[in-house]
Design a protein around this ligand. Structure first.
Ligand SMILES: Cc1cc2nc3c(=O)[nH]c(=O)nc-3n(C[C@H](O)[C@H](O)[C@H](O)COP(=O)(O)OP(=O)(O)OC[C@H]3O[C@@H](n4cnc5c(N)ncnc54)[C@H](O)[C@@H]3O)c2cc1C
Length: 495
């Protein structure tokens, strides 16, 4: 008999799950049904991604040009952080390596030795992705490891609603059934406590073997029904509200997201092909909705094209995102905050791990534990990475920043910072999303510098080091010069 998989929720998480599962599972053995309610709607934000999205689309055999046109996408080389360290400061966290490891010595050690590490923007000059972003240039990178173009990566900014529509068509073509209606109750087997069925609009009952909870912040299945505990991280990630407004594009479309720190939070600018997405993420301890909305409106340049969307959230995660026969994917499993655009990536990771551990022969404790442990590592690292941005501020112009600057941080992050300061090393654990150069971008970007460097560097003379740095900088400048502007790269696709 065929097994029934029920996905509840038709936001980005629901449709990404439907697309990936319908692609991965044999329809001879599985029925997939997605239940959504247009009356409830989706969260309506979530438009900046990180490079992993390319892998996801590729696994579905999605044609890149078609996807870009249908989702009004633009290219993203990283994020510019403005006013985070202090007012007037700016750095980019690029999806790109900084220099290259030479004879087993990390590149930033060369900058530490020459004391160039503290020179503003200097480290960025050795990163092709950084320099392309600063110059509004974009080219699809080359994957030949011998080519310097292989040293950067890219992602997209896209319209989240259009992406969900795109994946909806894809999923329906693959045989996914859809059901419109509000899930009014979730019914359990009395003996095992597994989910037996859901009731739609107090009327129709849908039975299932496996349930994917994609109900967003409502967390209807894993949270409300199966009572998964919520771990709250507000003591580290203070922001708990956002207001989003769309506007017309005004000038050049930058190939990166802008994240500008304000007194009580930060503002995003996500450039799509047809409009700008804007939002203010803030802490409700210091600011109410009306003030936040006014503040955001004052900081938007183009004409407004949508009404404000106010969103409440709690930074944190469910203690377990797989319980019995229910797996939470997306906001129902947790949400940190949008600063590093990690949420869609975490959806992708949840789905890939579900496919990896798919319970073809039944659900076991081992499967559930492995899945939950691997997801914990993902959430924990992203949490530490986000906290770093707040903790490493030098700002003292509001209670919000005073709190962030002086807060106690998780031991794992504290150790990472201290090891870096003392030795220049950035250690890496298995399964981590952010790698050495991601940490480096933010640590150096926010003024945390190493005191020492790899002593093997003493085999190089000062002259050797200087000429090596000069050559790399020149090579990168030449490459950037030859790249098309982002707007031209887009015209090639849209025209
Ligand atoms: C302010 C903010 C900014 C963000 N920015 C980014 C970003 O730039 N990049 C990024 O990667 N992520 C971002 N995110 C996260 C991103 O928006 C989400 O990860 C993504 O949209 C997935 O949401 P979802 O599908 O889990 O939930 P939702 O979009 O809320 O969808 C929930 C679905 O469940 C359905 N539903 C709920 N209850 C019921 C019910 N009882 N019966 C039937 N259906 C029901 C709803 O109708 C809807 O279809 C942001 C989040 C916030 C809050």
């Amino acid at each position: 008999m065929k097994k029934n998989i029920i996905i509840v929720g038709g936001g980005t998480a629901g449709w990404m799950s439907a697309a990936a599962l319908s692609n991965a599972l044999n329809p001879k053995y599985f029925n997939i049904t997605l239940v959504e309610s247009k009356r409830i709607g989706t969260v309506g934000v979530g438009e900046a991604t990180i490079p992993g999205i390319l892998e996801f689309n590729k696994s579905l055999n999605i044609n890149e040009k078609d996807f870009i046109r249908k989702t009004n996408a633009t290219f993203k080389l990283g994020i510019e952080f403005i006013d985070w360290t202090y007012l007037g400061d700016s750095y980019i966290h690029p999806f790109s390596f900084f220099g290259q490891n030479i004879k087993g010595i990390d590149f930033h050690d060369f900058l530490t030795k020459t004391r160039k590490i503290k020179a503003k923007e200097e480290m960025g000059c050795y990163s092709l992705g950084y320099m392309a972003a600063r110059n509004n240039k974009f080219k699809i990178p080359n994957r030949d490891p011998k080519d310097i173009e292989s040293t950067y990566f890219y992602a997209y900014h896209f319209d989240a609603a259009l992406y969900a529509n795109y994946l909806e068509s894809y999923s329906i073509n693959k045989g996914v059934n859809t059901q419109e209606g509000v899930v009014t109750s979730v019914n359990l087997h009395s003996d095992s406590g597994f989910i037996k069925s859901i009731t739609i609009d107090n009327d129709k009952i849908l039975e299932g073997d496996l349930f994917i909870d994609c109900t967003g912040f409502k967390s209807l299945l894993i949270g409300k029904t199966l009572k998964a505990k919520f771990i709250d991280w507000k003591k580290w990630l203070r922001c708990d509200r956002a207001v989003a407004i769309q506007s017309k594009l005004t000038k050049e479309i930058p190939p990166y997201t802008k994240a500008t720190a304000h007194k009580y939070g930060w503002q995003w600018q996500i450039p799509l092909h047809h409009r700008m997405g804007n939002g203010y993420v803030y802490c409700s301890d210091y600011l109410d909705e009306a003030k936040a909305e006014n503040h955001l409106k004052k900081h938007i340049q183009g004409d407004l094209t949508s009404t404000p969307n106010h969103i409440k959230f709690r930074a944190g995660k469910r203690e377990k995102s797989w319980i019995k026969n229910c797996i939470a994917v997306g906001l129902s499993s947790g949400f940190l905050e949008p600063l590093e655009s990690t949420s869609i990536h975490l959806i992708q990771t949840s789905i890939m791990k579900l496919i990896k551990y798919f319970p073809i022969n039944g659900i076991t404790k081992e499967i559930i534990n492995n899945y939950n442990q691997e997801m914990d590592i993902q959430f924990d690292q992203v949490k530490d990475f986000l906290i770093l941005h707040y903790k490493a501020t030098q700002r003292n112009d509001s209670e919000f920043w005073n709190y962030c600057r002086s807060m106690e941080i998780p031991d794992t992050l504290h150790e990472r910072i201290e090891v870096f300061k003392q030795t220049g090393k950035i250690y890496q654990r298995d399964y981590e999303l952010f790698l050495k150069d991601n940490w480096l971008a933010v640590l150096i970007g926010q003024g945390i510098y190493p005191k020492s460097y790899n002593s093997k560097l003493d085999q190089f003379s000062d002259n050797d080091i200087q000429s090596l740095l000069r050559a790399l900088k020149a090579q990168i400048n030449q490459k950037v010069e030859s790249m098309p502007f982002h707007r031209d790269a887009l015209s090639n696709i849209y025209n």
